[in-house]
Design a protein around this ligand. Structure first.
Ligand code: 5GP
Length: 203
């Protein structure tokens, strides 16, 4: 059976990264797709774990070689998903988790109708601002930019299959796990199993 592609999106500061990390610790059959980015590495981030950090030239080369399933300019930097990684994992039957922006999520949905779009929202816009301030990762210009992008992202929730409002990270982790498990159990994804009973007649 082919794996399922799960796409997590939502504004910067909503808590996506923490939720995804929690789920990856708990669920074995889920692989995380590490994106390429031209954004500078933040303190504590690791090459190949958080992102593949590349310069603009290398990123453009990936686009030219058709190595990206999708790519976007987000908050003034380029981000892209490795086509090769996602395909190889799904072909192996692994479920793949992507943490990408809303435009990237919509672009993949157009290509792979079967993927599952999950939006992670903050409890309020005020809280989102406070979380971004606490994070101390952005300068003033980037901070304003992220808030502006958040307004657009929040306006796109209706395009998603699921919504997690991140009041409490442990609850959100359980909710994301439940979505992943429930999607695997859908009859529409289990045609092989259903087929086994096709000729069964009760006597
Ligand atoms: P950050 O700079 O905070 O790590 O990420 C900024 C935004 O870029 C987040 O919303 C994140 O989901 C998004 N992002 C990360 N990787 C990708 C990717 O490969 N493609 C797209 N379209 N967005 C990405």
């Amino acid at each position: 059976m082919k794996g399922i592609l799960f796409i997590i999106s939502g504004p910067s500061g909503a808590g996506k990264t923490t939720i995804v990390k929690g789920v990856l610790e708990n669920l074995e059959d889920v692989a995380f797709s590490v994106s390429y980015t031209t954004r500078p590495k933040r303190e504590g981030e690791e090459e190949g774990k958080d992102y593949f950090f590349v310069d603009e030239e290398a990123f453009k080369d990936l686009i030219r070689k058709n190595e990206l399933l999708e790519w976007q300019e987000v908050h003034d930097h380029f981000y892209g998903t490795s086509k090769r990684y996602v395909k190889s994992q799904m072909d192996k039957g692994a479920n793949v988790l992507l943490d990408i922006d809303v435009k990237g999520a919509k672009s993949i949905k157009r290509q792979l109708k079967d993927c599952v779009l999950i939006f992670v929202a903050p409890p309020s816009f005020k809280e989102l601002k406070e979380r971004l301030i606490k994070r101390h990762t952005e300068n003033k210009k980037n901070f304003e930019r992220r808030l502006e992008d958040a307004r657009y992202e929040l306006s796109q929730i209706s395009k998603f299959d699921y919504l997690i409002v991140n009041h409490d990270v442990q609850v959100s982790i359980k909710q994301l796990e439940s979505i992943i498990i429930a999607e695997q159990l859908k009859v529409s994804r289990r045609s092989k199993f259903v087929g086994k009973y096709k000729f069964y007649k009760e006597v």
